[in-house]
Design a protein around this ligand. Structure first.
Ligand code: AMP
Length: 303
């Protein structure tokens, strides 16, 4: 069974097409929402007393997410993040990050979740991510995400984490910052030297590269036109959600399975970017996902 831990946040986003104030966000929220379309997912996270009721309803509207591991900590404040996109949606500026409950004691893994075997440590403080590992003794596959903030302020903890996971999903600029190598394949290989068996290096609208001890695979992004890219926030987490849900469903995690999982990640991310917050991913249903996957196969056909 798939489990995710990470942030559940209140986001404020500004982009070329408009802004969204205090919408539901967070790495674990996007991951779980995307994954839940393909496989059941358990969520472990913490929010504060200020967590809006409509966000609870929004998360509850995804039937595949088990919220037993969601703690509402009355003494604390919910993680808040603000970002701005400019014309080039591949780049964003972080306006603020208020960690709130994320820098306090991590949430506990409920007894009922202890047998989870496919683990995704969505973006959060690396020491919180490491802490989760000991609470999940049955894990068979552990994959983590990270970002520039943690590479800069918690590098030693992040390296410890990388020594204990099977895979890592991160974007090209983060990979470059981590191993000081711009070429994505070489950067991926350097990351494997830190411990993982595979690294997925995402390149925004240019797709992703899987660098694995057993080989290298590439996947293009879904070719979305400018007018349908409303808000890329959470695209990376949704990509990971689609990917990990496919792995969880298939029961295997060899190179070929990971390669196939990239298509599911790409398709789930393509829904997220279509609206602010979780609205894009919520609009996806089984038929829409299947038809987008067919379209994607056609786009990527190699003669
Ligand atoms: P992505 O666009 O996939 O990188 O994910 C964006 C989401 O990650 C937003 O909803 C934010 O609330 C959340 N986020 C932003 N900064 C951090 C951080 N430092 N740690 C954890 N989550 C974050």
């Amino acid at each position: 069974m798939l489990i995710v831990t990470g942030t559940i946040g209140i986001d404020t986003i500004h982009g070329p097409t408009g802004s969204a104030e205090s919408v539901m966000g967070g790495s674990a929220a996007y991951f779980a929402a995307a994954a839940s379309h393909l496989a059941p997912v358990r969520l472990v996270g913490v929010v504060g007393a200020d967590w809006p009721e409509e966000h609870r309803k929004m998360l509850g509207s995804f039937p595949g997410i088990d919220l037993e591991g969601l703690e509402i900590r009355e003494s604390g404040e919910t993680f808040r993040w603000g970002g701005r996109y400019h014309e080039n949606m591949n780049h964003r500026e972080t306006l603020f990050t208020h960690l709130g409950v994320v820098e306090e004691t991590p949430p506990a893994v409920p007894e009922a979740f202890a047998d989870s075997d496919i683990v995704f440590l969505a973006n959060s403080h690396p020491s919180v991510q490491v802490g989760m590992l000991d609470m999940l003794p049955e894990r068979r596959l552990t994959v983590c995400d990270t970002m520039d903030l943690w590479i800069n302020v918690a590098n030693a903890e992040l390296r410890e984490l990388l020594g204990r996971v099977d895979g890592v999903v991160l974007n090209d600029s983060e990979a470059e910052l981590l191993v000081e190598e711009r070429n994505v394949v070489t950067a991926g290989k350097r990351i494997l030297e830190l411990g993982p068996t595979f690294a997925v290096v995402k390149k925004g609208e240019h797709g992703a590269v899987l660098v694995h001890r057993d080989g290298v695979a590439v996947i293009p992004a879904f070719p979305a036109e400018a007018d349908v890219v409303i808000d890329p926030t959470g695209a990376g987490d949704s990509f990971a959600g689609g990917m990990m849900a496919y792995i969880s469903k298939s029961g295997a995690h060899d190179f070929k399975t990971l390669q196939a999982s990239l298509a599911w990640g790409t398709v789930m991310a393509s829904f997220t970017i279509g609206a602010f917050g979780l609205d894009g991913i919520r609009s996806a249903d089984e038929d829409a996902i299947a038809s987008r996957l067919d379209q994607f196969r056609e786009f990527g056909r190699i003669a």
